[in-house]
Design a protein around this ligand. Structure first.
Ligand code: GDP
Ligand code: IMO
Ligand code: MG
Length: 506
């Protein structure tokens, strides 16, 4: 690891008292969980991903090289130091993507001798990827703007008791029976959709370009079974009862839980219905990692918060978005190349917010690590952060303030004014003009919330080289103090660049 010795000793001082630490995001994902899992792996012995699937994209910088992990924990580059990296029971695993990730590590001479895969993790099938892609674009219109990785259908089939698990890969007869069962159900779901669109989707690269397609039956069941048995052979040596391994490790070895997505994408508590298919908050993560919450607890939950701007990928309301609807539509349709061309010379101080948001996207390299979609950008939203804190703790890691180094003004959304039709929230009625200090997460409310801003001066100098809190510009410290007091957060680390060493331990 390239980080300096003084930072490592500060990190160990900060974390010494803990046994079980979780890192998850308090926004809509992509806040830098990968960077911090990689960094905090220095402290940990066992690292477990507990939720989500290949919808996640976690970036880790190793020297000048960027690795993006979708399924394998972001700790894997420290396998050589004996760190155990586990995909836990709550993860939706597409074996094609997992095998590709392992092959990439092998090609780069990175070891994965201590990698384990939960035998009861959820197995994503081609049927689920097709359904995700077709149903989310029903009638040609994007509904949620999913990543198209089959996440929603994998978890919904699990709840319907027609899902498969990783261990099925090791048992040909069970696999065949369960695949057939799932295909029967999936064909019913796909009835009524245009066969030409289905054929098109079945030829997508994520579906091995037509490998599983049958011109008459849609799914070539034998081909699915054959390919999945091959995956099973490739993965067999890693498949284990990781729940018992993790439970035996609790209290004996330092455990780091790697979250995916973010609290605002949580299926139960996020900005519904624009959420992912599983629980992404700390408790969901811990259960998905194999914890028994009656006996084991996370003693430090570090919530990662992009600061003082934020991003969102996919559809759904975003009250502080630079350029509002125009930005949402642009980011839905544009490619990374087109976006970079459009905003090549845009400034972070542009009075046109759509351009300002484009400049921030360019400087923050805000393009989906999984889908390459331009991420929507907007100012830090405290009503949403206060809401997300219900599921997190005050201990946070703040990331990416360096992206706003050139901003003359920083705007922080402190509350909303509701501007929609009367809406009942339990015993309360929201009417036009109602002020909200904490967000109400339902999309039908959020889409009518107008942000109220506090404007603070920017620091207007580069902070990437700073390693000590006291060296931060006073304007940035004022913004930190303001947000800390308003949202009740206590930053434990501040990230000033993508590399592990670009971190200030507070
Ligand atoms: P994750 O999904 O939460 O792991 O985050 P992603 O990897 O999807 O996106 C975060 C991006 O920001 C990655 O490209 C990181 O390398 C980068 N990053 C992380 N922290 C910082 C930071 O403090 N400053 C800058 N400029 N980039 C950062
Ligand atoms: P990491 O772990 C950002 C979003 C999608 C979409 C919604 C549902 O890298 O932070 P899904 O494919 O999960 O059914 O899509 O959730 N989404 C993410 N956004 N970061 C992620 O992961 C995400 N995973 C899912 O864009 O809006
Ligand atoms: Mg990401």
């Amino acid at each position: 690891m390239k980080t300096n010795i003084s930072m490592h000793s500060q990190l160990m001082d900060l974390l010494r008292a803990y046994w079980n630490i979780a890192i998850n995001c308090l926004q809509w994902g992509d806040t830098g969980k990968g960077k911090f899992v990689d960094l905090i792996t220095y402290w940990a012995d066992v690292i477990v991903r507990g939720r989500g699937g290949a919808n996640a994209g976690h970036s880790v910088l190793l020297g000048d090289e960027e690795y993006v992990f979708h399924l394998i924990p972001s700790s894997i580059l420290h396998d050589i130091d004996g760190k155990v990296s586990i995909i836990g029971n709550g993860v939706a695993v597409d074996p094609r993507i997992l095998c590709d990730e392992l092959a990439l590590l092998k090609a780069k001479n990175q070891s994965y001798n201590n990698f384990m895969l939960a035998l009861n993790a959820k197995l994503t099938l081609p049927t689920q990827i097709v359904r995700d892609r077709i149903v989310d674009k029903a009638g040609g219109k994007v509904v949620i703007g999913t990543t198209g990785r089959g996440i929603g259908p994998t978890y919904s089939d699990h709840a319907l008791r027609i899902g498969l698990e990783i261990n099925d890969l090791l048992n040909p007869d069970i696999l065949a029976k369960n695949v057939r069962n799932n295909v029967t159900y999936s064909l019913k779901v796909l009835q009524g959709y245009d066969p030409e669109i289905i054929k098109d989707v079945m030829h997508h690269e994520h579906l091995s370009r037509g490998l599983y397609y049958h011109p008459k039956k849609i799914f070539d069941v034998d081909s699915i079974i054959t390919r999945y048995l091959q995956f099973g052979e490739e993965l067999a040596e890693f498949i284990q009862d990781t729940d018992s391994f993790v439970q035996a490790a609790v209290g004996r070895r330092k455990i780091l839980l790697e979250g995916s997505q973010g609290a605002l994408l949580d299926v139960d508590n996020g900005t519904r219905p624009y959420v992912t298919g599983t629980s992404t908050i700390v408790d969901g993560l811990a259960i998905g990692a194999g914890f028994n919450l009656h006996k084991h607890h996370v003693d430090l939950a570090l919530g990662v918060v992009k600061f003082p701007y934020m991003t969102r990928v996919g559809s759904g309301p975003f009250p502080t978005e630079f350029g509002d609807r125009m930005s949402e539509e642009w980011c839905r349709d544009a490619t990374q190349e087109k976006d970079l061309e459009q905003f090549a010379t845009a400034s972070t101080n542009d009075i046109n917010e759509f351009s300002q948001g484009g400049a921030i996207r360019r400087l923050g390299r805000e393009f989906g690590a999984t889908t390459r979609r331009p991420r929507r950008t907007g100012w830090l939203d405290l009503p949403l952060l206060r809401y997300a804190m219900r599921w997190g703790s005050e201990n946070v890691i703040l990331t990416k303030p360096d992206v706003l180094d050139t901003c003359e003004q920083i705007k922080i959304c402190t509350s909303y004014i509701y501007d929609g039709p009367d809406y009942r929230v339990g015993t309360r009625v929201l009417t036009k003009g109602t002020s909200l200090r904490e967000a109400t997460p339902m999309a039908c409310v959020l889409e009518h919330c107008k942000p109220v801003y506090e404007i603070l001066p920017g620091w207007q100098r580069s902070i990437r080289g700073i390693r000590h809190f006291q060296d931060l510009p006073p304007q940035l410290i004022s913004v930190l103090n303001f947000v800390g007091a308003e949202a009740g957060i206590k930053p434990k680390m501040i990230s000033v660049g993508p590399a592990a060493e670009e971190t200030i331990i507070v």
